[in-house]
Design a protein around this ligand. Structure first.
Ligand SMILES: Cc1cc2nc3c(=O)[nH]c(=O)nc-3n(C[C@H](O)[C@H](O)[C@H](O)COP(=O)(O)OP(=O)(O)OC[C@H]3O[C@@H](n4cnc5c(N)ncnc54)[C@H](O)[C@@H]3O)c2cc1C
Length: 481
């Protein structure tokens, strides 16, 4: 059994940011993830907004960590080479009653320390966003609202942690935790690690993990959120993120551009019991369409290229649950929205908690907070690209035509920490398959490159982890699964 100072359970954005923050210090840290890749939970399927922080109840952990996280995010994204755009958030109101709700948000935001908030008229809002509905009467403007790519952020945080010495163990589904010898034996079936400190960042399963350690006094309810993503042709409809006024179930439906230039609308908010149900429904998507259309009429739904669903981890306390009920065992549970925005601040907070509990933090001399972005080639000038292609011809071969991703970029991603093992893993790192045709043309080439890199037969490559074979039937002498 291997020994570690810290074991982090769950490689979402929270576990990823905490691992990265710990990688600054001379510690042995392991990140344990049940799936075959990182970022397979809520962190890959959300609105991707770095919330300004006006929506959280003053005095809560959410308020504290959201505002701090939003302040930190630009620098963190810059260090990790992840796209981040401060595009402004606008909450729209359709009546004088809604104006009251906007005033309430403004007041909460100011109490939370959010900068530069103001209420503007519908006409002023339409000057900023000409496609807004003529029925919008008032709007709350939050210039510190931003957008980021959530899966690139998570993958890059884990990759940077690994580059700085953190060990990632995928396929490690924690099934038992035993308090022993001043630390914890964390097991996945027969396989175990020992760590002096354990951080529970298991998303919708964080209640189950806490219960294994005898440190659970909360429950987690999964809350579905369905989305539609439109082609880049529609991405220019709005610059800012447009929200409705929030309800008891959350921030409501929004319309936003993404950092990659698509248009995103959603999410719904429906509590469910199944912690695995990320299916989309006709009713859910129709309600997204109708509510988005109220704010920004005429969104061309024919340009929807995909739909998806994420599960929020709604904690029974309705706040982030970050506590240490057992010595050395820290829960980061109930990290629903604004968890993405807050993740860098949650990491900072947890590192302080660890230090407060006796973990010695000695800075490494060779810690490197930066990492070359996946999309470095895209950002070169044509002359620079020419130069790279001359040295490495794979950068001259386009694999994904919709997103202009080259073989060189895919080979680069296959070699970087954390390495992808399936087609969707390559997609989240390079955008190959993210475009209009959704992988129709590039998937066979990506499968070939994965097979070559992993040294496995073409037909053994999966779409998204165990069992999700793409080649399932016999083709001219191929093997039958
Ligand atoms: C619909 C929706 C919209 C959202 N919009 C926003 C937004 O715009 N802005 C914002 O700030 N926040 C938003 N959020 C919230 C944000 O996405 C989450 O707060 C954040 O992603 C939570 O990260 P996490 O690492 O805690 O959880 P996750 O990303 O779910 O990661 C948990 C990880 O733990 C792993 N795991 C689970 N059980 C085990 C086990 N037994 N052993 C090992 N590993 C395990 C999982 O496989 C997973 O990888 C949204 C969330 C949703 C669902």
């Amino acid at each position: 059994m291997k020994n570690y100072d810290v074991a982090v359970i769950g490689a979402g954005v929270v576990g990823g940011m905490i691992s990265r923050a710990l990688s600054r210090y001379d510690l042995k840290t392991v990140l344990l993830e049940r799936r075959d890749d990182v970022c397979m939970g809520a962190s890959r399927a959300n609105s991707a907004i770095v919330h300004a922080g006006f929506d959280c109840e003053p005095g809560t952990m959410k308020a504290l960590l959201n505002v701090r996280g939003s302040e930190m995010m630009e620098q963190v994204a810059g260090e990790l080479g992840v796209p981040y755009v401060r595009n402004t958030s606008i909450v729209v109101g359709f009546s004088d009653e809604d104006r009251g709700k906007l005033e309430y948000l403004l007041e909460k935001g100011r109490k939370n320390g959010v900068r530069d908030l103001s209420i503007i008229t519908g006409d002023r809002a339409r000057e900023l966003e000409p496609k807004l509905s003529p029925n919008v009467k008032w709007a709350l403007l939050a210039p510190t609202g931003a957008i980021v790519c959530p899966y690139e952020l998570t993958i890059a945080a884990v990759g940077n942690a690994m580059d700085n010495g953190v060990e990632l163990r995928t396929g490690f589904e924690v099934s038992a935790i035993e308090h022993k010898d001043g630390g914890y034996v964390v097991s996945s079936g027969e396989d175990s690690v020992f760590a002096k400190y354990v951080i529970n960042c298991a998303g919708v399963y964080s209640d189950k993990i806490a219960a294994m350690a005898g440190a659970c006094d909360f429950t987690i309810t999964p809350r579905r959120g369905e989305y539609m993503l439109l082609d880049k042709e529609s991405g220019g409809m709005v610059k800012a993120t447009i929200f409705r006024t929030p309800t008891a179930m959350g921030k409501g439906i929004l319309v936003t551009r993404t950092v990659d230039g698509n248009l995103l609308m959603g999410p719904t908010a429906v509590n469910i019991e199944d912690k695995e149900d990320v299916s989309t429904t006709e009713e859910g998507l129709e309600s997204v369409r109708m509510q988005a259309d109220d704010m920004v009429p005429g969104i061309p739904v024919r340009q929807v290229i995909t739909s998806f669903c994420g599960l929020r981890s709604v904690g029974s306390t309705h706040d982030f649950i970050i506590n240490q009920k057992k010595p050395g065992f820290i829960n980061c549970a109930g990290i629903e929205s604004p968890g993405l925005s807050s993740a860098p601040a949650i990491a900072e907070y947890v590192v302080d908690m660890l230090e407060g509990s006796g973990l010695a933090l000695k800075e490494k001399k060779d810690y490197n907070p930066t990492r070359r972005p996946f999309n470095w080639f895209k950002n070169l000038t044509p002359e620079e690209k020419d130069d790279v292609i001359r040295k490495e011809p794979a950068y001259g071969r386009i694999v994904c035509r919709c997103e202009s991703v080259t073989e060189g970029e895919i080979r680069n991603a296959l070699a970087m920490n954390p390495q992808p093992h399936d087609v969707d893993g390559v997609k989240r790192r390079t955008r190959a398959g993210m475009g209009r045709c959704q992988g129709g043309f590039c998937s066979p080439v990506v499968i070939g490159l994965l097979a070559q890199q992993m040294g496995i037969p073409f037909e053994d490559v999966t779409k998204s982890g165990k069992g999700s074979y793409i080649m399932v039937g016999r083709t001219k002498g191929g093997r039958k699964k």
